[in-house]
Design a protein around this ligand. Structure first.
Ligand code: GRG
Length: 310
């Protein structure tokens, strides 16, 4: 094994008394309650039911939890960040609804449940995604309290950039264009994933810091932290598509292989992909050095990303 890998492994294996399972359970419960309260059934009922079906279907709630944790780390509060945390999950959920459509990945299951279009039909699923996307912006603008207005505007602009052609939409288009091609380079794959998956994870961390009024220097470190965990997250996602079961994933495993999709394991093999993910996480942890104990949640989440099995 090369030196950097040994260093990375040592970083990841550093003992800690922080109980990530209890932390995630407690934070997830907070987020679930806030999401449930964020969207009441209105008229026409069907669209609200469809939006709530996917929004409240479970999932790890990683993006809101990252946003809340970063806001608290940089001097803000849970309350300041909760509307943005909910909006991040609304955006993530809408991207999953659209990603699962027959015109895109054509999936029947998501988060262990039938996909939105399987329950409500394609027409309503598209509109549920659109509804959630629009509502995310409205929710941040209307519900954020005790934050300087210029920081709320920064958050809204950042969310827009993350969703659009410079973010999720751009990544998804290149992903669709790359399907079935056998000559995808590591650069193209990196573009797809930094846009499709990394951008929203990065924005989850950075918006937490913006809401708290963090310094430019802090935002640079946290950006690097979040870019690294975002890429590592995708590498592990690719690995799990090969090594995990349908039950562990809550969706069909082995789809990348079946669709002949270029993935990190297909480019580098499983072992090198895992080593690269660990190296990225070790570098992410370096960015948190100046925070001491207070950064334990962000450290533990980073480590969880490379050790998760779902
Ligand atoms: C954003 C306007 C707009 C359109 C969507 C379909 C699309 C454009 C983009 C695809 C984005 C996508 C589905 C990326 C994959 C991200 C990913 C790794 C999802 C799985 O995230 P987890 O593991 O899932 O956090 P849970 O279920 O735990 O939330």
């Amino acid at each position: 094994m090369v030196k950097t890998d040994q260093k990375a492994t040592a970083q990841l294996e550093k003992p800690t008394t922080f109980d990530l399972n209890s932390y995630l359970k407690e934070q997830k419960a907070l987020v679930e309650t806030a999401l449930d309260q964020s969207l009441a059934i209105g008229i026409p009922e069907k669209i609200y039911e469809s939006m709530r079906y996917s929004l409240l279907a479970g999932g790890k709630r990683l993006r809101p939890i990252l946003c809340l944790a970063t806001c608290r780390l940089t001097g803000g509060s849970t309350e300041m960040a909760m509307p943005t945390a909910c909006a991040l999950e609304m955006i993530h959920t809408m991207s999953l609804i659209h990603d699962d459509l027959p015109a895109m990945d054509n999936d029947d299951y998501r988060r262990g449940k039938l996909t939105n279009h399987k329950v409500y039909g394609e027409d309503v699923a598209i509109l549920a995604g659109d509804g959630l996307l629009a509502y995310a912006f409205e929710y941040v603008a209307n519900k954020t309290d005790n934050v300087a207005p210029e920081n709320i505007i920064k958050v809204i602009a950042r969310l827009g950039n993350t969703v659009g052609a410079e973010g999720l939409v751009g990544g998804q288009v290149l992903d669709l264009e790359s399907e079935g091609k056998t000559d995808i380079t590591a650069e193209t794959l990196s573009f797809i994933h930094t846009h499709k998956t990394g951008a929203l994870l990065e924005t989850s961390v950075v918006t937490g810091a913006i809401l708290a009024g963090a310094s430019a220097e802090e935002i640079i470190k946290l950006t690097k932290y979040s870019q690294n965990i975002g890429l590592a997250f995708q590498i592990i996602d690719d690995i799990l598509d090969i090594t995990a079961t349908d039950e562990q994933l809550g969706k069909t495993a082995g789809k990348d292989l079946a669709a002949q999709k270029a993935t990190y394991p297909s480019l580098w093999g499983l072992e090198k992909s895992q080593a690269e993910a660990e190296k990225l996480i070790a570098e992410a942890l370096d960015q948190l050095a100046s925070y001491g104990e207070a950064a334990e949640p962000l450290r533990a989440i980073a480590k969880f990303i490379v050790t998760r099995n779902h």
